[in-house]
Design a protein around this ligand. Structure first.
Ligand SMILES: NC(=O)c1ccc[n+]([C@@H]2O[C@H](COP(=O)([O-])OP(=O)(O)OC[C@H]3O[C@@H](n4cnc5c(N)ncnc54)[C@H](OP(=O)(O)O)[C@@H]3O)[C@@H](O)[C@H]2O)c1
Length: 338
């Protein structure tokens, strides 16, 4: 019987997680029942939301159960099928989790989606043409509602979501300004992704300093802000928001380990008549087809660029995930499993 290597969550972190919160488990693959397919995963996606699932706390989603396979998006290939809708060789995207193989009840709607890898690489379905891409598309188009000539700022700009936001804003005729950690990421955001400017927040020790740099990078102020980080970056951006600006609250990664991230200037929401809206991309499945169509076309035609950081082997997933929470990834963090 074939062995399936998996990573389980075995304890909940207090503050920063460690590799000891995870355990490598070797499980036997069961025989397929009617309706099921066996998927061999080629790539596993590592995403910041997984940190939230490790907590046993009130949130928009249930906690990851202990001693079970960690949740995660996957792309792979059907290797065996007892479902008439799928055959061996089909490339599929699903939520297969941190493991080499998954047995999927393919009759359940939405669990497994066939994808075409002729013009789009399989891994992109976990990034620019997948959940992170749709996240960027939704927050930008539905909440920031950018108009040509306006200025859009995005934090974690070199990442899977942030990179998409700036490029879509440019395609809509906006000035796109990124905020990212370190000179290499900032250079990439401008030179490769085509943003107009990118600020290295690590060069600024306080809100005032970052807000001054933003004033130079955004001479007409900020109309749309796509928030991925929180804390000092959010405060600095708020000081530069134009009246009636729109702020999409997508993520607040600087507080994911429980760090307090108070907002320094809430009065600006009133004074600048700002719109702030949080969103969870999986609650907007109705826009996914429209978003994926635009993102897929842009990737296939080379108009939407992205970068990947790839760890190798399921054993490397915990370490790679911890790196993602510290900004050691450069672009979409993946684990290659074949
Ligand atoms: N609302 C939704 O439905 C939804 C869906 C997907 C993702 N998200 C959120 O979107 C954000 C980006 O996700 P992603 O998948 O594209 O990840 P990512 O940007 O590819 O990777 C995370 C990046 O966050 C930055 N970071 C980490 N810790 C930080 C800190 N303490 N302060 C400042 N920056 C920090 C790092 O970049 P630097 O080196 O530049 O600091 C790191 O590379 C996350 O907040 C995530 O939770 C939300």
């Amino acid at each position: 019987m074939a062995i399936n290597k998996q990573i389980h969550l075995v304890s909940r972190p207090q503050g920063e997680p460690g590799t000891d919160n995870f355990k490598l488990v070797e499980a036997e693959l069961p025989a397929l029942r009617d309706g099921q397919v066996l998927v061999r995963h080629h790539f596993l996606s590592l995403d910041p939301y997984m940190r939230g699932r490790m907590n046993d706390a009130k949130s928009y989603a249930a906690p990851q159960p202990l001693n079970e396979v960690m949740i995660g998006g996957t792309v792979g290939e059907v290797v065996e099928s007892r479902n008439p809708g799928f055959q061996a060789g089909d490339k599929v995207v699903g939520m297969g989790g941190w493991q080499q193989f998954a047995v999927v009840d393919a009759n359940q709607p939405g669990l497994l989606r066939k994808v075409d890898t002729t013009h789009i690489p399989a891994s992109a379905y976990l990034g620019a043409v997948g959940m992170p891409g749709v996240t960027g598309w939704y927050g930008l188009t539905k909440i920031c509602e950018p108009r040509a000539g306006e200025t859009v700022v995005v934090s974690a700009a070199s990442g899977a979501v942030g990179g998409v936001v700036g490029q879509l804003a440019k395609a809509r005729g906006c000035r796109a300004v990124g905020i990212a950690g370190g000179p290499d990421k900032c250079r990439y955001v401008v030179e490769e992704l085509g943003f107009d400017a990118c600020l290295d927040y690590k060069l600024h020790k306080d809100t005032k300093s970052l807000a001054t740099a933003l004033k130079d990078a955004c001479p007409n102020g900020i109309d749309g802000y796509f928030e991925n980080v929180g804390g000092m970056i959010l405060d600095a951006v708020m000081l530069r928001m134009n009246a009636f600006g729109r702020m999409a609250f997508c993520g607040m990664i600087s507080g994911y380990n429980g760090e307090p991230i108070p907002m320094q200037y809430p009065q600006l929401i009133l004074q600048s008549r700002l719109k702030l809206q949080g969103f969870i991309v999986s609650e907007h499945m109705n826009v996914w087809p429209e978003a994926l169509k635009e993102l897929g076309t842009m990737v296939a035609t080379g108009k939407l660029k992205y970068r990947e950081t790839v760890a190798h082997g399921i054993e490397s997933a915990p370490e790679a995930f911890l790196g993602l929470l510290k900004g050691r990834n450069f672009g979409k963090q993946l684990v290659k499993l074949i």
